[in-house]
Design a binder for this molecule. Structure first.
Ligand code: NOJ
Length: 765
C-alpha cells in the first residue's frame, strides 16, 4: 500500500512531470523532444530530493537470499533493509524471482519518502535459466542475428523474473587466453567485437526499453580489463593511447552508439589510474566525446579498491576520486553512502556531481517505465509461463550448433555414420550435465544441461559404449570455488582403453570444466587439465580413429592433439542444449560453420598471439642467420588462426575484384569475390575481408578484419559477395586518440580465415 504521505508527494511529482511534458517545444525532433521531456522529469524529481536521497540513488546493494523472510536484526542485511527504507538505495543486484523482487520493490515504492523504484540488476550473461552457449562460443558463430536473438531470449526470461537491468554484454577485447574471462567476451578482434556488442545490446534492450520484456544493458568492463598483464585476473594494464583507441574502445563506442543504458567500469588500473577513478575514460571519452547519457556503475567494490591500488588513502578519498571521475553508482562498496554526503557538505565534492550521477540513474529508471509502473517486471504468470519455455530451448539449441568450430577433419571421420558402427564415447565431461552450463549460470539449476552422452544416445543406429576414463575433477564444483583437478587417480583408464580397442570410432570429450574459465580463473597452462592428455595418448595407441570434442571456455594449446588426432571439434560450453547440439553436429544433421573468434596458440609461451599483429622490422629470415623475430624452439605461427573453422563441405574463393585501383578518401570502395561450394554437403561459410595499410604514420597491423558475411550455399552453388569499405574502415586512432585516414597503398584480403592469401590492392589518394 502506498502511504498517504507518499501519495501526496507522488501526485505532486506527477503534476510537475505533466507540466514538464507540456512545455516541451513542438519544433523539436522526436528524439530531442523525448530527451527534453526526460531531462525535465529528472530535474523535477531531483528538485524534490534531499542530498541523502540523491546519494542513495548512487548506492547499489547485492541481494541476500532471505529477502522474503523477516527483517534481520543484525549484520549487513539489516543495514541494507534500513537503508532501503530510508530511500538510500538506488538498486539491488542478484535479487531475482517474483517474490523477492516484489518484496524489495514494495519497500522502495511504498515505504520510502518519495517512493522511487529500484533498478534490479543481474548477471544475465548467456541466458537466465535456459542457457545459451558462453559468449565466446556464440561469437564463434559470427551470426549477428542469432546472437541478438539469444540476448533477446535472455531478456525475456530475466524480465519475467523481475530483473530489469543486466550486467552484459562484456565487450572486453583480449589477446590472452590465460585470462579466464575471455569466455565472457567476443574474442580478440575489435571489428567483430563491435558488431557483436551491438547485437547483444539490441537483443537485451529491444526497440523499446519501456516494454516489460526488455532490460537495460551494461557494456563492461570499461576499460582495458582484457589486457591484464600476464593474463592474471585483476592485474595491472599498461597500454598506449593508440592501442586503447584502436583495440579496446571500439566495442564500447559501438555499444554506446547502440544505446546501451549503462557502462560498468573495471577492476584494473589503466596506465596507473584505477579505472573507477579515471576521468579520462569516464568524463573525457564516455560522457564527453561519446556523449553517453546513461550511467556508469562500478564493478563490485571497485571504488574501495582504489585504496588497495594505492591511489587513495581511505574511503573518503576513494569516494571523492570516483565520483569526480564520473562513476555514478557504487556496487556493494558502501563507500558513496558513507562518504559522499559529508564530502558535499564540506564543499569537497560539488553537489552538481551528485545531481548529475543521480539524474543519470533516474533517467534510466524513467526509460524503463518504472515510474509508470514499478511492478511491471513482477508478474507471477509471466514468471511461470515464459521462463524455460520450449521455444527458448529450440533457440539455444540452434545457437549452440552455430557456435561449434571444426578445427580439423583429416580422414573425414566426421560426420559419423548413423548406422552399423561401434562407437566408444570417452571422457568424464561426456557424461556431465553441469559443466556445459558454463561459469555464469547463477539463475539456472545445476545439472540441467543435456550431456553429450544423452545427446548421442538419441541416435540409435549405432552401438554406443560410454567409458569415463579418468576423473577430471574431484568433489563438488561451484562458482565461488576452485575446481579440484584429479592428477593421481587413474582408475578407469584401462577400461576406457579396452573399450576403444575394437571401436570403429572413438569420440573423446576432453577439456576444461565450466568453472575453470570465467572470473578469477586465470591459467598458466592451456593444456588438457589433469590426466586427460595421458588418457588421450593411451587411447590413441590402440585406436587412431579419434574425434576429439573439446569442452573449453578459452583457446587451448593442444599441439600434440593437432598433430595426431584426425578430427577436432571446439565444443566450448554450449549451455542447456549442449549434448543435443554436439550430437547433431557429430552425426552431420548440422554442418558446422563456426570460425574462431580468438587465436589458438601452439603453446603458452607464444601468448599474446593474435592475427592483427604488427610486422616488426625483422619479420622474415632474410640473411639466413638467427637475427630475426622468432623463437628457437617454436614456430611463430599459431596452432589455429583467428577466423579458422572448417565445414563438412569445401568452399573455393575466386575473382577478387575491386571497383577501381585508386580512390579518394571519401569514396566508397566496392569489392567483390566469388565463393563456391565445391564439396558434398550444403553448408555455410563466413566470408571474411581483411585490410592492410602498407605505410602509416604509426605502424599498422599486418591484417585487420573490416567486413564479413555469413553465406549459405547449397552443394555446387556459387555466389558473388559484395563488400564496401568507407572512411569508417580505412583509418585508425593515433597516439592523441584522434581518428585519422592517411593516403597510401592498401591491400585487401578475402577468404575463410585470417590466414587467407587471396589479395587485391588499391591506392588512397
Ligand atoms: C564482478 C564482475 O567483474 C562483473 O562482471 C559482474 O557483473 C559483477 N561482479 C556483479 O556480479
Amino acid at each position: 500500500m502506498i502511504s498517504r504521505n507518499n501519495r501526496i508527494i507522488l501526485s505532486c511529482l506527477c503534476l510537475i512531470l505533466i507540466a514538464a511534458s507540456a512545455c516541451t517545444s513542438k519544433d523539436n525532433s522526436k528524439t530531442n523532444k523525448k530527451d527534453d521531456m526526460l531531462d525535465q522529469k529528472v530535474d523535477s524529481l531531483l528538485a524534490l530530493m534531499t542530498l541523502e536521497e540523491k546519494v542513495g540513488q548512487m548506492n547499489l546493494y547485492n541481494g541476500f537470499w532471505e529477502v522474503t523472510g523477516p527483517m534481520p536484526e543484525e549484520g549487513n542485511a539489516k543495514t541494507k533493509y534500513e537503508h532501503l527504507r530510508k530511500g538510500w538505495v538506488g538498486g539491488m543486484l542478484s535479487v531475482r524471482g517474483y517474490d523477492n523482487v516484489m518484496k524489495m520493490q514494495q519497500i522502495a515504492v511504498e515505504e520510502t519518502r518519495l517512493g522511487i523504484p529500484l533498478i534490479i540488476g543481474f548477471d544475465v550473461i548467456h541466458g537466465y535459466k535456459t542457457l545459451s552457449p558462453i559468449p565466446l562460443a556464440e561469437s564463434a558463430s559470427w551470426d549477428l542475428e542469432a546472437i541478438e536473438n539469444s540476448a533477446r531470449i535472455a531478456a525475456v526470461e530475466a524480465s519475467a523474473a523481475g530483473i530489469n537491468w543486466t550486467f552484459a554484454p562484456m565487450v572486453d577485447i583480449s589477446r590472452d587466453p590465460r585470462w579466464g574471462r575471455v569466455m565472457e567476451g567476443a574474442g580478440e578482434d575489435p571489428y567483430l567485437g563491435s558488431k557483436i556488442a551491438v547485437a547483444r545490446v539490441k537483443g537485451f534492450q529491444g526497440d523499446d526499453l519501456s516494454q516489460p520484456n526488455t532490460i537495460a544493458a551494461t557494456a563492461k568492463h570499461f576499460a582495458g580489463y582484457g589486457f591484464a598483464e600476464a593474463g592474471r585476473e585483476y592485474n595491472t594494464v599498461d597500454i598506449s593511447v593508440s592501442k586503447l583507441h584502436n583495440m579496446v574502445l571500439p566495442p564500447f563506442k559501438a555499444a554506446a552508439e547502440a544505446g546501451a543504458r549503462s557502462f560498468m567500469n573495471s577492476f584494473n588500473d589503466l596506465n596507473g589510474d584505477p579505472v573507477s577513478g579515471s576521468e579520462y575514460l569516464q568524463r573525457d571519452i564516455l560522457k564527453g566525446k561519446w556523449n553517453f547519457n546513461g550511467f556508469v556503475v562500478s564493478d563490485w567494490a571497485s571504488i574501495n579498491e582504489i585504496i588497495y591500488w594505492g591511489r587513495a588513502k581511505d574511503k573518503r578519498e576513494a569516494a571523492k576520486i570516483a565520483a569526480t571521475a564520473g562513476s555514478d553508482m557504487d556496487m556493494e562498496g558502501y563507500v558513496y553512502i558513507k562518504e559522499l554526503v559529508n564530502l558535499v557538505k564540506e564543499g569537497i565534492v560539488d553537489e552538481r556531481i551528485i545531481d548529475e550521477a543521480a539524474g543519470r540513474i533516474l533517467r534510466v529508471k524513467f526509460e524503463l517505465g518504472l515510474f509508470d509502473d514499478p511492478y511491471k517486471y513482477c508478474n507471477k504468470e509471466n514468471e511461470k509461463k515464459l521462463i524455460g519455455q520450449e521455444s527458448h530451448h529450440e533457440a539455444v539449441l540452434d545457437m549452440a550448433k552455430k557456435s561449434v568450430v571444426l578445427l580439423k577433419n583429416d580422414n573425414k571421420l566426421l560426420p559419423l555414420k548413423k548406422e552399423g558402427q561401434k562407437i566408444a564415447l570417452i571422457g568424464h565431461l561426456a557424461n556431465d550435465k553441469n559443466s556445459p552450463l558454463g561459469s555464469w549460470r547463477i539463475a539456472s539449476d545445476d545439472n540441467t544441461a543435456v550431456s553429450i552422452l544423452e545427446g548421442m544416445n538419441a541416435y540409435k543406429g549405432n552401438e554406443l559404449i560410454y567409458k569415463k576414463g579418468v576423473d577430471l575433477f574431484l568433489g563438488e564444483t561451484a562458482f565461488t570455488k576452485e575446481v579440484k583437478i584429479n592428477t593421481t587417480d587413474r582408475t578407469g583408464m584401462v577400461a576406457a582403453v579396452n573399450a576403444a580397442k575394437d571401436a570403429d570410432v572413438v569420440v573423446m570429450v576432453l577439456g576444461e570444466h565450466g568453472f575453470q574459465s570465467g572470473e578469477a580463473r586465470s591459467r598458466t597452462q592451456l593444456d588438457l587439465p589433469g590426466l586427460q592428455q595421458e588418457l588421450l595418448e593411451a587411447v590413441y595407441k590402440v585406436n587412431k580413429n579419434i574425434v576429439l570434442v573439446l569442452q573449453n571456455g578459452r583457446p587451448l594449446a593442444l599441439e600434440w592433439a593437432a598433430e595426431h588426432i584426425p578430427s577436432i571439434l571446439v565444443g566450448w560450453h554450449l549451455g542447456t542444449q549442449t549434448g543435443n547440439a554436439i550430437a547433431q553436429v557429430l552425426y552431420g544433421d548440422y554442418n558446422p560453420s563456426g570460425k574462431l573468434p580468438m587465436t589458438f596458440p601452439r603453446n603458452v609461451g607464444q601468448i599474446p598471439i593474435y592475427y592483427n599483429h604488427k610486422n616488426t622490422g625483422r619479420a622474415t629470415n632474410r640473411e639466413g642467420n638467427v637475427f630475426w623475430s622468432h623463437y628457437i624452439d617454436q614456430e611463430n605461427s599459431p596452432l589455429y588462426p583467428f577466423g579458422h573453422g572448417l565445414s563438412y563441405t569445401n568452399f573455393k574463393y575466386s575473382d577478387l575484384t575491386m571497383s577501381n585501383s585508386s580512390y579518394a578518401i571519401n569514396d566508397e570502395i566496392d569489392i567483390s569475390v566469388t565463393v563456391s561450394n565445391i564439396g558434398a554437403y550444403n553448408g555455410k561459410e563466413v566470408v571474411q575481408l581483411y585490410l592492410r595499410d602498407l605505410v602509416g604514420s604509426l605502424v599498422r597491423p599486418v591484417k585487420e578484419l573490416k567486413g564479413f558475411e555469413l553465406v549459405s550455399l547449397k552443394k555446387g552453388a556459387t555466389k558473388t559477395i559484395e563488400f564496401k569499405l568507407t572512411s569508417k574502415e580505412l583509418g585508425f586512432y593515433n597516439n592523441s586518440g584522434e581518428y585519422i585516414i592517411e593516403p597510401g597503398d592498401f591491400e585487401v584480403f578475402v577468404g575463410g580465415s585470417s590466414d587467407t592469401t587471396l589479395k587485391a590492392s588499391f591506392t588512397l589518394k
